[in-house]
Design a protein around this ligand. Structure first.
Ligand code: ZN
Length: 397
């Protein structure tokens, strides 16, 4: 995307100029973050990165608090006061995570490298670039504005990629104390649209218990859990098509994993399936829940057990998010950049804060592609204007 050069002045132009001049430093921070691997399930590795990040935030004048965890890395909070003379107000929350989906050692196969205007590496897009934006935007405001025009709170959690169970309560508590939440997760599409709506995500497990028997000696004594599960899978997929299949409604069910049986010569006593559920509206989540729990066995001699539910509520469009987007759009336009917004199917911790009614703007991170995949990368060219937008949003309060 081209930025038109006419009539560019004002604070946004100043931020853009700053980040263009400091682009290499920004890239270097991202590289450092990527080269400290941080898989969600490796507490030691995540904590090492957490300590490094804590030191960086402290160096900028932040008051750093770690929320200790047993299983996952400690969640990191950093509080920055507004510069003196600014009236007291609720802070802005910069939200993100520093865990990644990649196993330790992934870096050997997908090294952090700069190639044809892109920076590659595990977690570079989701969301280590976003963390670098937080650091550099705060630093830029201190340099250019002599401090923060408003208090800023950073929360970086360590279990976002595995469902945020240990961090959700902290995220919600801090969000309630904030005036707005900016989520620096990856942006959407090649033009880097912001995310103003996200689907809610749920998961169900359908467990079938049948009766085992020898497939050769007693074939009719058994009650196959696998056959029963097959019936249930067909029902769930019919539910998807008939009840919820209107594409506009944004509601989908997917049987993504099945298990069952022990040997070919045994009628299977157990089988189960995991089902992914996506909803655009909270009211649909309750409807799906009723339908799932109402599933009955076709073979009455088999037993069905349905567990699970909604994990993240949908981030529904709201007036608060609309107002934040309008502000971002106007700031972007000041540097000739036509910012877009979009709705996406994937969830983030922004779903939690938006569901509380706190104005939330998501997808403020880098422009790139390949999140969770071997070609994960960000576009270098877009980094300065993305960082400038964060600085602009923080400056406006
Ligand atoms: Zn993410």
């Amino acid at each position: 995307m081209k930025i038109t050069k006419k009539a560019i002045q004002g604070p946004m132009a100043e931020y853009l100029k700053h980040f263009e001049a400091h682009r290499d430093a920004l890239v270097e921070t991202i590289r450092q973050l990527v080269e400290m691997e941080s898989p969600s399930d490796n507490k030691a590795a995540v904590d090492k990165l957490g300590q490094w990040l804590g030191a960086r935030f402290e160096k900028l004048g932040g008051k750093v608090t770690f929320h200790g965890q047993k299983k996952f890395g400690d969640h990191l909070q950093a509080d920055f006061p507004a510069k003196t003379g600014v009236p007291k107000a609720k802070p802005i929350l910069l939200l993100g995570h520093f865990d990644t989906v990649y196993e330790l050692g992934a870096l050997a196969k997908m090294p952090c490298k700069l190639e044809s205007g892109r920076l590659y590496g595990p977690g570079v897009f989701d969301m280590k670039s976003g963390i670098a934006f937080m650091l550099h935007a705060i630093e830029a405001l201190q340099t250019l504005q002599g401090g923060l025009p408003r208090s800023v709170r950073v929360l970086l959690v360590t279990d976002e990629e595995v469902g945020s169970d240990s961090s959700r309560a902290i995220t919600e508590r801090l969000a309630k104390q904030s005036s707005a939440v900016f989520v620096l997760e990856p942006s959407a599409g090649p033009k880097g649209a912001l995310k103003t709506a996200r689907k809610g995500v749920g998961e169900y497990t359908v467990r079938v218990t049948g009766q085992a028997s020898h497939a050769g000696l007693d074939p009719f004594k058994g009650q196959s859990a696998i056959v029963e599960l097959a019936h249930q899978i067909t029902r769930i997929s019919e539910l998807n098509k008939q009840e919820f299949g209107e594409p506009k409604r944004g509601l989908t069910l997917n049987v993504g994993i099945i298990r069952g049986g022990t040997r070919t010569n045994v009628i299977a006593a157990e089988a189960s399936a995991d089902v992914d559920v996506r909803v655009e509206r909270l009211s649909d989540a309750a409807k799906i829940d009723r339908k799932m729990r109402a599933l009955k066995p076709v073979n009455r001699k088999c037993k069905l057990e349905i567990t699970g539910g909604l994990n993240r509520p949908p981030m529904e469009r709201s007036a608060g998010a609309d107002a934040l987007f309008a502000k971002a759009e106007r700031l972007a336009l000041e540097i000739g950049w036509k910012l877009k917004e979009t709705a996406v199917g994937g969830g983030s911790d922004g779903n939690f804060t938006a569901a509380l009614g706190i104005p939330t703007l998501d997808g403020l991170g880098a422009v790139g592609d390949g999140a969770h995949a071997s070609h994960e990368h960000v576009l270098i060219e877009a980094l300065p204007r993305r960082a400038a937008l964060i600085a602009g949003l923080l400056a406006e309060g």
